[in-house]
Write a protein that binds this ligand. Structure first.
Ligand code: FE
Length: 253
């Protein structure tokens, strides 16, 4: 199994702080059946992690894993907080796609979606890249206006739901919204977004078990396969997105 979103590189953001933390996370990942991880350090107002720095850190961590005989492969990636100059960042070596594929992560602020998001998602696609919106299920505005997410997906963006969200660790509403994203073909990946082995760990096995019991093995296969297709830089599998229908007036009519 491949985990495409993880803060396992030491000392780069609010994930692993030391190499010992990274190795603890790696052992936990292997226990869950994960064989490859795309390391996606934050690149935002608080943390600046450019392409070359990330690639170097990935080489170092892979060496440490080999020395420790932990059977896990780390691939380079980045979690890019949305900002106006992303296209420039792609051209000046600041931004790194996922495992050097055509796919890249875009993170929105947690409480809203910037007005320029739609244009920027379009501009990224003009550069030949496919944006993947990370954890839309935890964005306040998208929870209130899921149609906005539908429009982004309809226009070619992909999305990634966090395993812990599907397991209910971020609360009932986020769990429910995560399930709706699956049911209405509005998400394409499940990833851990693990930061440590304590309160923000992997939960990939648990999430896929939950998907299996609710939607069956085909859905589990789709999510696992999409992570592999991403790493191979192939086209992923996706169904036509649908608008989320909510029974707003339940009980009134
Ligand atoms: Fe993250």
């Amino acid at each position: 199994m491949i985990d495409i979103h993880c803060h396992i590189l030491p000392g780069m953001d609010d994930g692993a702080q030391t190499i010992a933390d990274s190795l603890d996370m790696a052992k936990e990942a292997v226990r869950e059946g994960i064989s490859s991880i795309i390391a996606t350090p934050h690149h935002n107002q608080s943390y600046r992690n450019t392409k070359d720095e990330i690639i170097d850190a990935v080489i170092d961590l892979n060496n440490s894993l080999k020395e420790a005989s932990i059977p896990l492969e780390i691939l380079p990636g980045q979690e890019v907080r949305i900002y106006g100059e992303i296209v420039e960042g792609l051209n000046n070596g600041e931004i790194l796609s996922l495992s050097q594929s055509q796919y890249m992560f875009i993170e929105f602020p947690s409480n809203h979606v910037p007005r320029y998001a739609e244009k920027l998602l379009f501009d990224i696609q003009l550069q030949g890249l496919i944006p993947i919106i990370v954890h839309p299920e935890r964005n306040k505005q998208l929870m209130e206006q899921p149609d906005l997410l539908y429009q982004f997906v309809e226009k070619g963006a992909l999305t990634q739901v966090t395993a812990s969200s599907l397991c209910g660790y971020f609360g009932k509403n986020i769990k429910k919204f995560s399930e709706q994203l699956i049911e209405f073909n509005l998400t394409h990946f499940i990833a851990s977004d693990a930061h440590n082995v304590k309160n923000r760990t992997f939960k990939m096995a648990e999430a896929l078990d939950a998907v299996d019991s609710k939607y069956g093995p085909d859905m589990v296969y789709l999510f696992k396969e999409n992570a592999e297709l991403l790493v191979e830089n192939s086209n992923i599998m996706k169904e036509l997105p649908e608008r989320i229908k909510r029974k707003k007036f339940l009980g009134i009519f």
